[in-house]
Design a protein around this ligand. Structure first.
Ligand SMILES: [Zn+2]
Length: 151
């Protein structure tokens, strides 16, 4: 089997061969792994050169610079956010401690939890009732509208 070198594949990639040659090379490319590698290498070389032509010369420097700035901004934001979280948590803890809420919790928590369960059940029932009521009201309003139109 006759193989093609990387220069031939570069010509193929850049459309610098005649139709006959193109067909031959495509048929070969379909069955030859080694030439597929050469073709991909030639194509990659071409794409990189094209990229270098299209991008400004300081593109890498500019990208690296903006990545560095973004990282610094993110770190600064994270630091200030965690400080704010800590301050809020400390303030809440102090407020609760001074109010004796922790003592209250250990004493009353079981009762509070039990009544919360009752409460959530009550809320659920009310919500169901409210939804039904809401639909009923909406239907009554629509009916009234239709009657008004027919008059
Ligand atoms: Zn080959």
């Amino acid at each position: 089997m006759k193989h093609y070198d990387i220069e031939s594949w570069a010509l193929y990639r850049n459309n610098r061969i005649d139709e006959n040659q193109r067909r031959l090379m495509e048929n070969h490319l379909a069955v030859c792994d080694s030439c597929l590698k050469s073709y991909l290498a030639a194509a990659a070389k071409y794409e990189i050169r094209l990229g270098e032509l299209l991008l400004p010369p300081d593109f890498n420097v500019a990208v690296n610079e903006s990545i560095k700035i973004k990282k610094q901004q993110a770190a600064r934001r994270r630091r200030s956010r965690s400080l704010a979280n800590y301050t809020v948590a400390a303030a809440i803890t102090l407020a609760l401690m001074s109010g004796g809420i922790f003592d209250l919790c250990t004493r009353e928590l079981p009762d509070i939890l039990a009544s919360t369960q009752h409460l959530s059940r009550a809320i659920e029932q009310t919500a169901h009732w409210d939804t039904g009521q809401l639909l009923e009201t909406a239907r009554a309003q629509l009916e009234k509208l239709r009657e008004n139109k027919e008059e």
